[in-house]
Design a protein around this ligand. Structure first.
Ligand code: MRU
Length: 345
């Protein structure tokens, strides 16, 4: 398996299912599943079978197309009314990654702009689901190419969570830069935080990089500051779930601590994301909703209980890194530096 072959979510050619890689099974097994109902799509996104901001968007829009199949024979009015309900339900599953809302809104807009009854609008929704996936591949590629100018040779990058082929339809966001540098023949090695509590770094990033032949070393989240102090890391590369207009970044919990440590030790801190992750409606990080997840994720490691019964937990899935700690933001339109003017590009 190479990263080019990993498709975390994709509308099947017959339009009857969303074919996903069930990321919960990794690294033990590469399991593909077909989601055939709205409930299955909602559950897959909620339980992180499909996760990573752009991949969630691709999955959601394909899921909307699958869910609307049953209305192909309906009138235009009935179809569009049902579509709005389905779209609202999918969009609400995870609040922080704006790509989900962005991809679904894109499909809903196209549906409303399409003439005809249910059958015609369904065809447009399916085409949009394929287009979102296709565009995401191109965005990954562009991010990787733009990022090359920021990377040294050798590259010793520290990353967090999973931002690779499992998180997007293409090669990834932050990992797209790694893959681009590797493909360009640079000497690349990656440090991946394990990313508590759900271990996306250990389970997914380490697996993905190993498959691609990129050297990877995993460390506990709490070891990152000490690694940065050693002076061997050339840059920190992370993705984003939402970027506010001022450059504040929502990303996996622990990103903010990495940014603080990187600033203290003078290591450049780069955020890489498609432009669809930039939310012009969020003026700054305070406007970004942070998803709080279940106690269960901290109370167990796998299936093993690790917390005394009755002890409270605080489990935010994301944090906000202030723009002042970010060296540059790389999108598919190029390298952005403060003061940010994403709307101009
Ligand atoms: O909870 P997850 O696994 O969906 O969180 C994913 C991240 O935080 C990624 O870093 C982010 O989506 C940006 S890269 C695709």
């Amino acid at each position: 398996v190479t990263h080019a072959r990993l498709r975390p979510a994709s509308l099947a050619t017959d339009g009857a299912s969303v074919r996903i890689i069930d990321q919960r099974a990794l690294p033990a097994a590469l399991v593909e599943r077909d989601l055939r109902t709205l409930d299955e799509v909602v559950d897959a996104i909620a339980t992180l079978a499909v996760r990573g901001a752009p991949a969630i968007g691709v999955c959601a829009v394909a899921g909307v197309a699958v869910a609307m199949r049953g209305y192909a024979a309906s009138s235009r009015a009935v179809f569009l009314r049902e579509l709005d309900d389905v779209a609202a339900r999918v969009t609400a599953v995870r609040p922080t990654a704006v790509n989900l809302a962005w991809a679904v809104a894109r499909a809903v807009r196209r549906a409303h702009a399409t003439d005809g009854d249910g059958g015609a609008i369904l065809g447009a929704l399916q085409a949009e689901a394929h287009a979102v996936e296709h565009d995401d591949v191109a965005m990954s590629r562009a991010i990787g190419q733009h990022a090359l100018q920021l990377l040294d040779n050798p590259v010793r990058a520290l990353t967090h969570c999973n931002t690779g082929a499992l998180a997007t339809a293409g090669g990834g966001t932050a990992l797209a830069a790694i893959y681009a540098a590797h493909a360009a023949g640079r000497d690349v090695a990656v440090y991946a935080t394990e990313t508590r509590p759900l271990l996306q770094g250990a389970r997914l990033t380490a697996w993905e990089l190993q498959q691609a032949g990129v050297p990877v070393t995993v460390l506990a989240d709490g070891a990152a500051a000490s690694l940065l102090r050693l002076g061997t890391v050339t840059s920190v590369l992370v993705g984003a779930d939402r970027i506010a207009a001022n450059g504040d970044v929502a990303n996996k919990i622990g990103t903010y601590a990495l940014a603080l440590a990187a600033a203290t030790h003078g290591v450049p801190f780069y955020v890489l994301a498609p432009k669809s992750t930039v939310d012009a409606d969020s003026a700054d990080g305070r406007a970004i909703p942070i998803e709080l997840r279940a106690r269960e994720e901290l109370a167990r490691c796998g299936t093993v209980p690790i917390l005394p019964d009755g002890v409270a937990v605080w489990n935010p899935a994301f944090d906000i890194t202030p723009a002042s700690l970010v060296t540059a933001i790389v999108t598919d339109s190029g390298v952005h530096r403060p003061p940010y003017r994403f709307a101009d590009t």
